[in-house]
Design a protein around this ligand. Structure first.
Ligand code: B16
Ligand code: MG
Length: 215
């Protein structure tokens, strides 16, 4: 039976969370809005626009569409500057080994990320040509926990959702995988989700989950 693994990007293959935090914090400070790491944690897997809406919950002001767009651009420009320092050395430990084992066993591999910067990040990590399909923030109208991004990835792989494993670090991403009828593997923050089919500490555990005894 054909199997596929759809990887979330931020928090699974690379940790850009610190860069997101720094950029949102600069915006929040500029606007005089309280922002901390706990609020930042709620932005995991959530689209840029929805992330700003969460940050603005702490503000009493109302903002025009033009101001919102300016804030999104301000944050994204800062974030994109920090992405320039990413190299393949920033790939999360054990991902490359896992990737090679899955490829050797003919498992189809895709990316399912909310980020509109997915291709830039993959290029920096020298991983851009390494996946059979990429679905990202530019493809979707509904952000995780909606399953849209994973369903697009499965379709591009020509796979049935039930044969797809999704690897996620965000609770919203686990909800999205389950809403899409996929098998959800949780790492880091996502292990708090009761919906996860598997909870892992190390990416290499995925070898046994997907391949069983075979490796
Ligand atoms: P961008 P993922 C998500 O990536 C991040 O976890 C989330 O913090 C971010 O707001 C979102 O991408 C959008 O990113 O501003 O680059 O479009 O975890 O789905 O790979
Ligand atoms: Mg993530």
């Amino acid at each position: 039976m054909n199997k596929a693994v759809i990887f979330d990007l931020d928090g699974v293959i690379v940790s850009t969370d610190g860069y997101h935090y720094k950029a949102w914090k600069l915006l929040a400070d500029r606007e005089g809005i309280y922002f901390d790491k706990d609020i930042n944690n709620r932005l995991r897997g959530v689209s840029r626009r929805k992330s700003l809406e969460i940050i603005l919950e702490k503000s009493n002001s109302s903002y025009s569409e033009e101001q919102i767009n300016e804030m999104l651009e301000y944050k994204n420009n800062i974030y994109r500057k920090s992405l320039k320092s990413l190299t393949r050395n920033n790939i999360i430990e054990n991902f490359n080994e896992l990737y090679n084992v899955l490829r050797t066993n003919n498992v189809k591999l895709a990316i399912g990320s909310s980020s509109k910067n997915t291709k830039t990040i993959l290029r920096q990590l020298e991983l851009l040509d390494k996946f059979e399909a990429i679905a990202d923030g530019n493809d979707i109208s509904k952000s995780k926990p909606d399953p849209e991004v994973f369903l697009i990835a499965a379709k591009r792989l020509n796979m049935n959702p039930v044969d797809c494993f999704v690897v996620e670090d965000a609770i919203a991403g686990i909800k999205a995988a389950k809403a899409g009828n996929m098998i959800a593997i949780a790492i880091n923050d996502a292990t708090k989700s009761a919906l996860a089919d598997y909870k892992i500490e190390n990416l290499l555990e995925i070898k046994n989950i997907v391949l069983g005894g075979k490796s």
